[in-house]
Design a protein around this ligand. Structure first.
Ligand code: RUB
Length: 323
């Protein structure tokens, strides 16, 4: 599947054909929440399918799978935290745990993470919908299930809203967004990325997702997010990120420390048609400074960017160092 295909990527068409790590790398599985859940599930399956009786061998298989998953995409901390949530069960089990005990702990940890992750999106839907008024026009970027959840909930509550979705070149996840909105019956309009400043005077709210939220409140999300935030600030439009708290991390003090994934240039242009001496770059995430963000809508309510650090410490405590 190519990024310029109108059938933009979503879930694997043949998930059995490739490993979960490969499906994440190739973006057959995409979106910070989904990659975290699929990674956790994959570790659960490694445990479930292990038929041997060596705890050491099972642990090695789990660590190998963790390494492959973590190497798949570097920017979204959700992936790291999804893996961590499961592998912590292995570490906590101690030296003497036998295979049935390890298997049960890993499968349970994967189930709990996936359940909590989906539950968080439901809470975000409720909280975020409360910020949406009847008649609002909302701008969103890329395809974020967490950002769409409050919009769909507001529509379900009978609020008459309209959503504008950026195309999100080069993968064009905006097509997934308008499909999600159409399926939910929400009036939606697709715009090209460069129409953002043209549309902003008519917009009441911007809702985006999150791949990583740094300790100082900086946000890593789909490339172009920071431009939207800048334009929203210029025009006094509230700019909010919908983020489950497992997308928060003490790993990065600020956005400067977040590794920004750069993908193959063939996603942008056919290399064969490039004139001589021309380079192409394809960064897929960018950093929006905390000061441009009106608040994070989380399963724990609305968190001001300046309070992200306190919230990380409250939830992750001493575990911070292992992320
Ligand atoms: C997706 C993207 C989304 C976040 C949040 O990028 O930037 O805004 O991942 O998504 P990509 P969600 O398509 O490169 O994975 O709210 O669904 O977790």
């Amino acid at each position: 599947m190519t990024p310029n295909n109108e059938k933009a990527p979503n879930v694997p068409e043949n998930p059995e054909d490739v490993s979960v790590a490969d499906a994440i790398r190739s973006m057959q599985i995409r979106g910070a929440g989904l990659i975290a859940r699929k990674a956790a599930e994959s570790l659960g399956r490694v445990a479930e399918s292990y038929l041997g009786d060596s705890p050491a061998e099972l642990k090695k298989r789990l660590y190998d799978e963790s390494d492959a998953l973590l190497a798949a995409r570097p920017t979204a901390v959700s992936l790291r935290n999804g893996v961590f949530a499961v592998m912590k069960a292995v570490d906590d089990a101690g030296e003497n745990a036998d295979v049935p005990a390890l298997r049960a702990l890993v499968m349970n940890a994967a189930d709990v993470f996936c359940h909590n992750s989906k539950q968080a999106v439901s809470e975000i839907a409720r909280t975020g919908a409360g910020l949406i008024k009847d008649g609002d026009r909302i701008l969103t970027h890329c395809n974020s299930k967490a950002a769409l959840a409050p919009i769909i909930e507001a529509h379900r509550q009978g609020k008459k809203i309209e959503v504008f979705a950026t195309e999100s070149r080069p993968w064009r996840q905006g097509y997934l967004t308008i499909k999600d909105l159409s399926d939910a019956g929400v009036p939606a309009t697709l715009i090209i990325d460069s129409a953002a400043r043209w549309i902003m005077p008519t917009i009441d709210l911007v809702f985006v997702g999150a791949d990583t939220v740094c300790e100082n409140g900086d946000l890593a999300n789909k490339i172009g997010t920071s431009q939207l935030a800048l334009i929203a600030r210029e025009m006094n439009v509230p700019f909010r990120s919908c983020a489950e708290t497992y997308k928060f991390t003490p790993r990065y003090a600020s956005g400067n420390e977040v590794p920004i994934e750069e993908r193959d240039i063939s996603e942008v242009i056919d290399p064969a048609v490039l004139p001589a001496n021309v380079r192409v770059r394809n960064p897929v995430f960018d950093i929006t400074p905390a000061e441009y963000i009106s608040g994070y809508i989380t399963e724990d309510g609305i968190i001001e960017p300046s309070r992200v650090g306190a919230s990380i410490r409250r939830w992750f405590g001493d575990a911070s160092s292992i992320y």
